[in-house]
Unconditional design. Sequence first.
Length: 318
Amino acid sequence: MGSIRAVEDLTPERQVTTYQGIMVQVAGVLAVNVNGNVLPARWADPLVVAEGDVVLVEVSSGRAGQGAALVRSRLTDKPRPGTGTVATVPPSSPTITVTGSDGLTYTATFVSSYTPVVGDPVLLAWNASVPSVQGKISVTATPAPPPPPAVTVPPPTVTTGQNTYQATQSDTWWGPGGWGSWAGGASRLYQGDYGSGPLTGAYFYAGSAGQLSGKTITRLRFRLGARRPVGNSNSPVTVHVYVHGSASRPGGNVSLVSGPYDIIVQPGQGLKDYDLPLGAAAGLQAGGGLAITGDPYAGFEGRNQHPESGLLIMDWSS
């Protein structure tokens, strides 16, 4: 065999030449043959070789002619495959055949913890020129990590409250005479027609409920003044409650924006709170007030007779 290359050692007096050698048996001991010469050699550690293996040998020599050989590594035509597929599993055999990832078929040993199965993808380790199956390779992807726990968003803070608004005015509109001209003068509220034209009683709040604009009204009540002994006062009466659009008493009658929201008032009823549908709240939040109108004829005390007549009670959340 010829030399592969020649290089100079760092020591000017020594020269290192690299050769291709082959492993041989001499008296039962592995030795290296270089160009027909069996050389005593040192070995790179770790290095596993077998008889017939081609190896890389460095031979150094000095001016006095003394030399030494160092077996550096095994040589192959191509890299050894690190993985393969089990091709055959002979019965009662310590070896199997494996098709390497390089497409070549090898006779391989296998570790005792692995039971060979044809078709298994396997991991190979090399002992000299003989591969050893270390175990089956998983072909499935590792499971994705679990998603991070969901961030618990605290529920929004809900603010609740209750506001009350006293009527700043109460009065009755009668077409022929205007505000405050019907029986008993200003402040009292009447509904119906006693034979002289329809009457509309109204509470005004100076737009104060507009303070709750944008809030959700969860309950709406108002306090109706005591029933007056007029009309069929010994029987229950249906009172037709509306929302009107005026913050204070206008020059003419009020304009109704929603309703009627009917309530039943008993004979001799004093001040009492009545629930209204939540749909009535929007007009009050817009600055309006409450009115009563329509038959039958009935009358009620206003804020001049009792300051809490017409009181608005509004429960809200935001």
